[in-house]
Design a binder for this molecule. Structure first.
Ligand code: AMP
Ligand code: ZN
Length: 456
């Protein structure tokens, strides 16, 4: 067998590239995980799912034992401190923080599982890696890339000639365009915090620069170095992390290691908005993964995790998603159709090669899905399982969808009343594909048109 062919879009070079692992026996991937101060929202589900598909594809192509996937937990951050103080007033802050991060991490794990995501190979917590972070700071200071000022250690962005390469920002433009007033103690407005001192309430660790805590960017540089080495294969996250988070990770890691690359390929998922609007608490369209799966807050009903997973993947990972009830319904119908076609077929290694070829072209999931829709039985079951879909089978296709079927029938009757035959027929055909046969008739008493159904 030759090397698998895999093409990925690289934010660093702004083009699709043939992927070449540093070590085909140990592919090394890092994705930035959550800051555990609040339950993950459905936008956060996107990188979770996208990089899980990447992890699964790499395991399929290179062998399950040959991929190391690190996804961290950021459990020290000022947003966590603020949330702990708000939710547990009067409690000792560090105790309150433990409650917030513990509860949020548990929910995050439950969400990831419900969405069909594998556990990452390693899930480091920032607070378990403070010594590594402090070592990196010492190295950066020794190499002239960082300095102490006003109780902080800061990274000097002018010490790195190609700072800004990932986000394609030139330092001069950043400086000239900076509207924020320069903090007095910073040498340059773009300098960012590696370490800051804590008061005796805040979480803090002893260090040569006083009792303090790390900056967010530093956490990922230290954890990726520890578990994946100085240069690794792929680094992922959402689009909003390109600047400043990933730019600053690159600056820290490359300057500490004296290396040309932190990761060879940088992948970023596009953003998700809801029914045409940015998701935000003030707009009132903010929804957590947990709420979508376990309450009727979105579209008046709850949704299975795999329905959310499929709905998310139907849009290419780099494109924006406009999330809607319609998308979920479409995904649910598709899963019901798959459930019917899979029947009792077993999951084996018999994964469809053409579907894999589509995915190997920068995760072209839509292409794969069109192909998957034509599969049957064992190959269909195995290909879906490789992609993280297996729970759909537990639910019997007919039982699962009674409510949906009733709703689609009502929609069709309304279309018929409007003489929109094309749309009405489309619904009939779509239900037929799910194995639902419609039987039109008249109500004997009222003479109204009614539709009954049965499973074929
Ligand atoms: P955060 O906890 O805000 O650092 O976000 C965790 C991950 O979710 C990061 O990779 C973000 O880029 C990503 N993310 C946050 N909001 C969205 C969104 N609306 N759509 C897609 N990805 C998002
Ligand atoms: Zn990160």
């Amino acid at each position: 067998m030759g090397e698998p062919r895999l093409v990925l879009y690289n934010t660093l070079t702004r083009r699709k590239e043939e992927f070449r692992p540093i070590d085909p026996d140990n592919l090394r991937v890092y994705a930035c995980g959550p800051t555990v101060y609040d339950f993950a929202h459905i936008g956060n589900a996107r990188p979770l799912i996208v990089f899980d598909v990447l992890f699964r594809l790499l395991r399929h192509l290179y062998g399950a034992d040959h991929v190391t996937y690190v996804r961290n937990i950021t459990d020290v951050d000022d947003k966590i401190n603020a949330r702990a103080a708000r939710d547990y007033p009067g409690m000792e802050l560090n105790e309150a923080i433990a409650l917030v991060t513990g509860k949020t991490t548990d929910q995050y794990h439950a969400d990831a599982k419900a969405l069909g995501c594998l556990e990452p190979t390693i899930e480091p917590r920032a607070t378990d890696n403070i010594a590594q972070m402090q070592n990196m700071i010492s190295t950066l200071i020794a190499r002239g890339h960082a300095y102490e000022a006003a109780g902080e250690v800061l990274f000097d962005v002018t010490s790195m000639p190609d700072y800004g390469a990932l986000s394609n920002r030139k330092l001069e433009d950043q400086q000239a365009g900076a509207r924020v007033a320069v903090d007095e103690h910073k040498k340059n407005p773009g300098d960012f915090v590696l370490w800051k001192q804590s008061n005796d309430q805040e979480p803090g660790w002893p260090s040569p620069w006083g009792v303090g805590r790390p900056g967010w960017h530093l956490e990922c540089s230290a954890m990726s170095e520890r578990f994946l080495g100085e240069t690794f294969d792929i680094h992922g996250g959402g689009l909003d992390l390109i600047f400043p988070h990933h730019e600053n990770e690159i600056a820290q890691s490359r300057c500490a290691h004296g290396s040309q690359r932190m990761a060879n390929v940088w992948m970023h998922n596009g953003f998700l908005q809801v029914e045409g609007q940015k998701m935000s608490k003030s707009v009132g369209n903010f929804i957590t993964i947990h709420e979508l799966l376990a309450t009727d807050k979105f579209g008046g009903r709850s949704w299975p995790g795999e329905v959310l997973r499929l709905a998310m993947l139907m849009t290419h990972y780099r494109d924006p998603i406009d999330f809607s009830r319609r998308k979920l319904e479409e995904a649910e119908r598709l899963l019901a159709k798959f459930a019917r076609k899979v029947g009792e077929a077993p999951v084996t290694d018999n994964v469809d090669a053409e579907s894999v070829a589509f995915l190997s072209d920068d995760l072209n999931f839509s292409g794969a899905l069109a192909r998957i829709s034509a599969l049957e039985g064992e190959v269909l079951a195995s290909t879906l399982s490789m992609l993280g879909f297996s729970q759909y089978r537990i639910r019997d296709a007919a039982g699962m969808d009674e409510a949906i079927i009733a709703e689609r029938i009502a929609e069709r009757l309304a279309l018929i009343a409007r003489k929109d035959w094309t749309q009405a027929d489309a619904i009939r055909d779509e239900l037929a594909e799910m194995g639902v046969q419609l039987k039109d008739g008249k109500d004997p008493e009222t003479g109204e048109r009614v539709t009954d159904w049965e499973m074929r």
